[in-house]
Ligand binder design. Structure first.
Ligand code: GLN
Length: 543
């Protein structure tokens, strides 16, 4: 079978859940027994999202190969259960970077380099490259139709229809159909305008997916079909749902995968959605409840901790527990108010982060969790803070800190990574000394040895694992390994050459685990990450 391409554009406004819609369609196609890949094309000029503020842009999602990508890739991996890489996310900046590099090298042989064809060719190459060998390639165009920035991407996908044949290309447009309370009705005008805009660039959508608060009536769907010139049965609702994991089932009930199959002439097969049904049953019928506190600095923007949030929910599914999340602003935590601030929490999690803002509050929260035997999970910066807390309050190194926050302190228990062995390139890497903020971190999946008889081993149940990283600093093993071993905080995960500490834990505590990597990136709803599963279990038992 020739690869079929599904291009997903968005209209009216951003944050309509285009990534989730794309991922859900991918899940349906996989459930029909097809192979599918998925790619995000982002219109901004940043070469990758690695240096973008999570406040504005949401979480930076890291793939196995160490690419720093858009958080939609997280949805893609969780819904399609695939491992993606740097080719699954291209930004406009990366496309231009590559075109300009070629121009400087003389590859264009003196031609005038233009958006069409040079930039659009580069985009098409990225799209075709990722699709190789797959039955279906879903390509999501970031941003909203009408943005100046996304024009080269839209032009490239327009060209692909005639190049690949109309039977191999499908355009799905996601729009908003707002419900006006005062008028007591939904409005189709924004959708009409957005489709008009899309058609003016030469793209005629085949399917319109309407994000809406309410189910759309037949008459509304007819109206949209008429004004936007699509089949009546090509208008679908993407209605608000309680859990994002309901979306594939909703789409299926409306027959979205059927319509896609007809338009793309896909083999007639049934969707096996049993795993999705089971998942939703579990989500709706928990046996108990537990409250987890996330102590971090981005409290108002849950997008900044997207994968983390999902991984905790997955941990709940694995234990039949409803997980209630409470975000606690670490900047407001002091030794005086910590008890009140963390009251009622069954488990405490300190996530990853950069910069000193809120760090002392995190350390105070960790001390509270350690001393009061509340299950604690520290991730990346959270693990580093746990090490600092232990050094200060148990080992008596009052000024212990990370070089990130106190460059010349007397006890840098966390310090800049000097060098590390890269198992992919088989080279010893050290990129930390140059101060370029982009591309100076230890990124992506690395193997880790798990020590027998530890909570880490209880969770993973195997001696070697692979987890994804994104950090510049690490535990100062040379300087302080002996102090910690005597104190009672143990190292339960190490890099295979034993130079880097990847997991720490306190055996005396019900569940106190910190890891240098980001396990949340590898958790899926059907297969909760073992550390999240066990953390939630410990929190539930603590209740
Ligand atoms: N800022 C810390 C470091 O660079 C932790 C990073 C993180 O939490 N992702 O090592």
């Amino acid at each position: 079978m020739k690869t079929k391409f599904i291009f997903i554009t968005g209209g009216v406004l951003s944050s309509l859940g285009k990534g989730l819609a794309a991922a859900s369609i991918g899940a349906l196609l996989k459930a029909r027994g097809l192979t599918a890949t998925i790619q995000k094309l982002d219109p901004y000029i940043n070469v990758d999202p690695g240096t973008m503020n999570p406040f504005q842009h949401g979480e930076v999602y890291v793939t196995d190969d160490g690419a720093e990508t858009d958080l939609d890739l997280g949805h893609y991996e969780r819904y399609l259960d695939v491992s993606l890489n740097q080719n699954n996310n291209f930004t406009c900046g990366r496309i231009y970077h590559s075109v300009i590099t070629k121009e400087r090298r003389g590859d264009y042989l003196g031609a005038t380099v233009q958006v069409i064809p040079h930039v659009t060719d580069e985009i098409k190459q990225a799209v075709l490259g990722v699709a190789k060998g797959e039955d279906v390639a879903l390509i999501e165009i970031g941003g909203t139709v009408g943005d100046i920035e996304s024009l080269p991407f839209l032009e490239a996908i327009r060209q692909l229809r005639s190049e690949l044949g109309s039977e191999n290309v499908l355009y799905i447009h996601l729009t908003l159909v707002p419900y006006l309370k005062a008028a007591g009705e939904v409005k189709t005008k924004p959708t009409q305008h957005s489709v008009k805009e899309l058609r003016s660039i030469g793209i005629h959508p085949d399917i319109i997916l309407c994000r809406s608060e309410v189910e759309l009536e037949e008459s509304i769907k007819r109206k949209i079909a008429l004004f936007c010139d699509v089949d009546r049965d090509a208008v679908f609702t993407s209605v608000d749902v309680e859990s994002i994991y309901e979306v594939p089932l909703k789409f299926y009930q409306e027959g979205l995968d059927q319509k896609i199959a007809i338009l793309l002439k896909l083999p007639a097969k049934n969707c096996d959605l049993q795993p999705w049904k089971d998942l939703n049953y579990k989500l709706k019928n928990p046996k108990s409840e537990t409250t987890i506190g996330i102590v971090g600095k981005y409290v108002d923007l849950k997008e900044a901790y997207k994968s983390l949030h999902e991984a905790l929910i997955h941990g709940g599914v694995a234990n039949d527990v409803a997980v209630k999340l409470r975000y606690v602003n670490s900047e407001e935590i002091t030794p005086k108010n910590v008890k009140a601030k963390l009251k009622g929490l069954d488990g405490i999690l300190v996530p990853g982060g950069f910069g000193s803002r809120g760090v002392e509050g995190k350390i105070t929260a960790i001390q509270y969790a350690r001393e009061n035997k509340i299950p604690f999970f520290g991730i990346c910066l959270g693990m580093q803070c746990a090490v600092i807390e232990y050094a200060r309050n148990v080992l008596g190194l009052a000024k212990a800190n990370s070089e990130e926050f106190d460059k010349d302190g007397p006890d840098s228990v966390i310090y800049l990574i000097k060098e590390w062995y890269d198992y992919r390139t088989k080279k010893t890497e050290c990129r930390c000394e140059d101060s370029d903020k982009g591309g100076t971190m230890r990124l992506g999946a690395y193997p880790c040895k798990i020590v027998e008889g530890t909570k880490a081993m209880d969770a993973y149940g195997k001696p070697e694992i692979q987890e994804r990283h994104r950090h510049r600093y690490e535990f100062n093993k040379e300087g302080y390994a002996a102090n910690f071993a005597e104190g009672g905080l143990i190292f339960s995960g190490l890099s295979p050459d034993e130079t880097l500490v990847e997991i720490v834990e306190i055996p005396e505590h019900p569940w106190f685990v910190g890891c240098q990597f980001h396990p949340e990136f590898k958790s899926t709803p059907m297969n909760a990450h073992p550390l999240f599963r066990d953390f939630i279990k410990a929190a539930r038992d603590n209740k």
